[in-house]
Each structure stands twice: as C-alpha cells, then as structure tokens.
Design a protein around this ligand. Structure first.
Ligand SMILES: Nc1ncnc2c1ncn2[C@@H]1O[C@H](COP(=O)(O)OP(=O)(O)O)[C@@H](O)[C@H]1O
Ligand SMILES: [Mg+2]
Length: 249
C-alpha cells in the first residue's frame, strides 16, 4: 500500500508575513498507522496538516503522499487520498444545507444521485446527526458543525484521514462516539489534538511539535510518561495516566 505512505523530508514553511510555521520537519507514516500530532498552541500542528492536502505548499523541503509529491500539479490526486477535517468547521461548510455539504464532494466526482443520497444519510448517521440534514450549517452549534464537517470527509472514504483537533467543542457523548468511530477506521489516521486521552486511546504513535520542529516521535504510551517533554510542549499527562480511578477504568 505504498500509495498511502506520507513522507515529509525537511519540510519548511514560512507564512507571507515572515512567521515561521514549520522549521525542518521529517517523518514517514506508513499505511494503517494512527498518529497523534501534539504540541502547544502555535507549535505548527495546523500548518503541518494543511500541507498534507496541499492547502499550503512548502517553501522548502519535500512532501509525498504515496507516489505523488504534493505540488499544485498533483492536488487532485492528493486530495482524493487525503480527507481533511479542518480545525474550524466554518472552513469546511459552505452550502445552504447540511445534506448539500455532505453530498458536495460525491456529486463533484460524478457519483449518481441515488447513491449520493444513500451515502450522505449513512455518513450523517455514523456521526449521529441525521436529523440535521435539512438545516443550514451556519445555524448549527459548534459541536453539531464539527460532526457535519467530519461527515463531509468520511463520506468520501479517504485512504488517509487527517483531523485537526476533532474533539474540541464536542460534548462527551459525541466525543466518545467519534473515538469509537475512529477505531473502526482502519486506514491511516493523523490527528492533531490537545486531547491526550484520546491520543492514548487511538494512536499508537505520537509526533510532538515545538516551534515548528519535531521534538519527539515514538510510542504514545512511552512519550506521555515523559513529564519534561510534556511540560515543554504545554501538555499534561492524560487523565488515564494520572492514576485517576474513574478515567483509568
Ligand atoms: N495565516 C497565518 N499567517 C501568519 N502566521 C500564521 C498563520 N497561521 C498560523 N501562523 C503562525 O504559525 C505558527 C504555527 O501555527 P499553527 O500551525 O496554527 O499552530 P498550532 O496548530 O500548533 O496551534 C504560529 O506561530 C502561528 O502564529
Ligand atoms: Mg491548530
């Protein structure tokens, strides 16, 4: 499954105003891996994820999704493989109704309408919001928007699922549902998050970013025991690892 490999080599990105977003990032993620991307606010997590579907193109370094270097020429192929849930659902939802938003990508691919309808309802059911299908997305709560944004990506059956802080603004029930759902997604997952309990639950591997550089890359369970590393990255041990009698059940 080499076409699902994600490989970055010395990736740099500087925003037009001169702010450094990434400062030499290298990693290799193979098919089926589940990887958490953690780090303090401003560490570069979103900047890195936005490169994975070519929303941002690196100023220096290389990024490859399977056989495709991520360049403006290859965006279509890259985006067919990489499904991206943005940090802000408002960046993802732009159609008059929830149904239209979830249907948009499929219709663009020329999928027949009857099949689209079936897939849209199924995706909305999976994220637990089929009742919202006729609502305008801009009138939904933050958590509802997040669920719909996730449906717009899942409906496309991506090979690589990229999510930027997917549990923020979700209520506990929706969060648990999302985690359970992500456990059933067997392809590659790359998830930027401050929710270290979710990372521990879902991701065997974690990459820690700090000031646009990778400061650690290894087994989640092992890295989250490193208090110095967590402190440096503005993070705290997951509740499950703090000996909390409720969370560690
Ligand atoms: N559009 C932008 N223009 C300029 N600087 C930006 C922009 N977006 C993010 N940055 C800066 O890039 C750095 C990395 O940000 P970001 O990737 O959003 O971090 P994270 O997602 O880890 O919180 C930060 O210093 C941030 O202020
Ligand atoms: Mg971010």
């Amino acid at each position: 499954m080499s076409h699902h490999i994600v490989e970055a080599k010395n990736l740099h990105y500087t925003y037009p105003d001169g702010t450094v977003g990434l400062n030499g990032v290298s990693f290799l993620i193979t098919h089926g891996e589940s990887v958490a991307l953690v780090g303090e606010n401003g560490a570069g997590k979103s900047t890195l994820l936005l490169h994975l579907n070519g929303y941002l193109l690196s100023n220096h370094g290389e990024l490859r999704i399977g056989e495709y270097p991520v360049t403006s020429k290859n965006l279509k192929s890259v985006r067919r493989s990489v499904g991206m849930v943005f940090q802000d659902p408002d960046d993802q939802l732009f159609m008059p109704t929830v149904f239209d938003d979830v249907a948009f990508g499929l219709l663009n691919l020329g999928v027949p309408e009857a099949e689209v309808e079936h897939k849209v309802i199924q995706a909305l059911e999976i994220v637990g919001v089929p009742h919202l299908q006729k609502r305008p997305p801009y009138k939904l709560s933050g958590g509802e928007k997040r669920s719909v944004a996730i449906a717009t990506v899942l409906v496309m059956s991506p090979d690589i699922l990229v999510m930027d802080e997917p549990t923020s603004s979700l209520d506990p029930k929706s969060r648990s549902r999302l985690i359970a759902l992500l456990k059933t997604f067997k392809h590659t997952k790359i998830i930027a998050t401050h929710d270290l309990d979710m990372a521990l639950d879902l991701c065997e591997r974690t990459i820690v970013l700090h000031h646009g550089q990778i400061t650690a890359d290894g087994q989640t369970r092992f890295l989250f025991q490193d208090e110095h590393l967590l402190l440096q990255s503005g993070l705290e041990k997951p509740l499950k690892m703090q000996g909390c009698p409720i969370c560690s059940r």
